[in-house]
Write a protein that binds this ligand. Structure first.
Ligand code: C5P
Ligand code: C5P
Ligand code: C5P
Ligand code: ZN
Length: 474
């Protein structure tokens, strides 16, 4: 079976792999989020197994300065994962004579080309829903495995990390991975590193006590249960089930299939009674991806919890911790990551609270908020996405968030829904054009994108963005 629905993607991967095999050494440069970390872990493992010497670094974003810094190192081959396509114009400027770039990415490419460019969008595969950066890295890893000498014959065991990356980038459509991602899931299942099942789609099935699982389910708001500890405890206590053990609430994964069925049916019933829309009720159930080698009840066993754990490291300048966890450290790095996760969760919940309290400003075609220094710029996009799912925010309107980056720059994050994208919205273009108009830079995906702009240009940026969105979805 082949990961790529189009053979050209694999031909491209083979050409990239051939160049890497011939390289004296490689500088691996990756992005600081769950998809970037898993991309790096996949690429690093594949390079190690192929006995290609390499060094790994992480960057918050690639810009002219960062690319110049990369060019200043003495590496002749640079492998960019989970970014690089959007900055290909700058990279190719520098590359001449300084280094040969190999790019495994899924972002909207800049107007430039290079020989070793592995991006699903170049092959008619959707980069926001069918293949992530980790997926592109996995395709590259499969192409690299011909050089494997020891340890394992093939790199299919890396499929689990590719799925964690895709889930971390929220690539699931209607609750499941599709397209090339789907093919990776199948390879992982065949290799014994993944299992999938249709299950309750709430975050925290492995680690949260049942009442917390229900209470914190912000994605689908069930009145009387979501955000209500008393409501969640009451709901569970009314079921004719023994949901505690030794006085402690059990977790979802600890329940039998029959018990899960009972809780899920009752939850759907309650949502129906409380007038939750059928669309939203559908979102309560989805495909879940499990890493069977990891211990039951740990973050690492569930792809969604694993990806959040990784975001909790990389978005707080500790990509080294997340990478170590991906590469198998279950002691010191995992402890550290869990500590960071508590902090990340608190920040997300406080951030969302802040947005709900302050409210958003409505323009004609977009809504926005400026978090200033209240929300860390590396997570303001996640908060914007969560806000778009919140009860009192209009889902039918893209959301744009600003946060302070430093004295000179403001970070912009934008999020939308599949419905808006179907109507023609492309946030990557909106962020790209609106940021250029105010001397900034940006890009990303149709459904989620970002930019960096000079301080004090946010108002002007919103005017451009509002106009462009209006043109796209008229
Ligand atoms: O840089 P990168 O591609 O990894 O960023 C993707 C971002 O877009 C993630 O923060 C993810 O949460 C967001 N996203 C989203 N909805 C989607 C796809 C991606 O919010 N359907
Ligand atoms: O952090 P990450 O981008 O992986 O979060 C993805 C989704 O997981 C969020 O939109 C949120 O709904 C959910 N989440 C949560 N509680 C957390 C972290 C994430 O419900 N502590
Ligand atoms: O940072 P945030 O999660 O909002 O990023 C959303 C998407 O926009 C990511 O895919 C990211 O790589 C992209 N982005 C970009 N240029 C920026 C900021 C974000 O291409 N300056
Ligand atoms: Zn990505």
């Amino acid at each position: 079976m082949s990961v790529a629905p189009v053979p050209e993607l694999e031909d491209c991967a083979a050409a990239c792999a051939e160049h890497l095999h011939a390289a004296r050494d490689v500088l691996l440069v990756s992005h600081i989020d769950a998809d970037g970390l898993t991309s790096a872990a996949i690429a690093a493992t594949a390079l190690r197994r192929a006995e290609i010497p390499f060094e790994t670094v992480f960057k918050k974003q690639l810009d002219t300065d960062e690319i110049a810094a990369v060019a200043a190192t003495d590496h002749e081959t640079v492998l960019f994962t989970d970014f690089g396509s959007g900055q290909l114009d700058i990279i190719t400027d520098y590359a001449a004579g300084e280094f040969t770039p190999v790019v495994a990415d899924h972002h909207q490419p800049a107007d430039a080309s290079t020989e070793f460019h592995l991006n699903p969008l170049l092959f008619g595969i959707n980069g926001a829903s069918e293949l992530s950066g980790a997926g592109a890295s996995y395709v590259l890893a499969r192409a690299l495995e011909n050089g494997n000498t020891t340890e394992t014959a093939d790199n299919r065991d890396l499929a689990s990390l590719a799925v964690v990356g895709a889930v971390g980038d929220m690539q699931a459509t209607s609750g499941e991975l599709i397209g090339a991602n789907r093919a990776i899931v199948e390879e992982g299942v065949d290799a014994g590193v993944l299992t999938e099942r249709v299950d309750l789609a709430l975050y925290g099935r492995q680690t949260r006590p049942l009442p917390k699982l229900l209470e914190y389910s912000s994605d689908v708001f069930v009145p009387g249960i979501s955000n209500s500890e008393r409501g969640s405890v009451g709901f569970l206590s009314d079921l004719d089930l023994d949901l505690k053990r030794d006085g402690e609430w059990r977790t979802w994964v600890d329940l039998t299939d029959g018990e899960r069925q009972t809780v899920a049916s009752a939850l759907v019933q309650r949502a129906l009674e409380r007038g939750v829309s059928p669309d939203k009720i559908d979102d309560l159930v989805g495909t879940t991806y499990t890493l069977p080698a990891e211990s039951v009840g740990t973050e690492l066993r569930d792809a969604s919890e694993f990806s959040t754990l990784l975001n909790a490291t990389a978005r707080y300048d500790r990509a080294d911790v997340g990478l170590a966890v991906c590469l198998g450290d279950r002691d010191e790095a995992l402890d550290r990551a869990r500590h960071l996760l508590r902090n990340h969760r608190r920040n997300l919940s406080e951030g969302l609270q802040w947005v709900t309290n302050e409210g958003v400003t409505r323009e004609e075609h977009v809504q926005w908020f400026d978090a200033g220094t209240h929300i860390r710029e590396t997570i303001v996009g996640i908060v914007a996405g969560m806000a778009l799912g919140a009860d009192d925010v209009d889902h039918a309107c893209p959301i744009i968030a600003f946060a302070s980056k430093n004295d000179d720059e403001t970070k912009v994050s934008a999020r939308a829904t599949h419905g808006l994208v179907q109507q023609g919205l492309d946030l990557s273009q909106v962020m790209g054009e609106a940021s250029s108009a105010v001397d900034g830079a940006g890009g990303g995906h149709d459904i989620a994108a970002g930019a960096t702009i000079p301080v004090n240009r946010a108002r002007e940026f919103i005017e451009h963005a509002d106009r462009i969105v209006g043109e796209q979805i008229e």
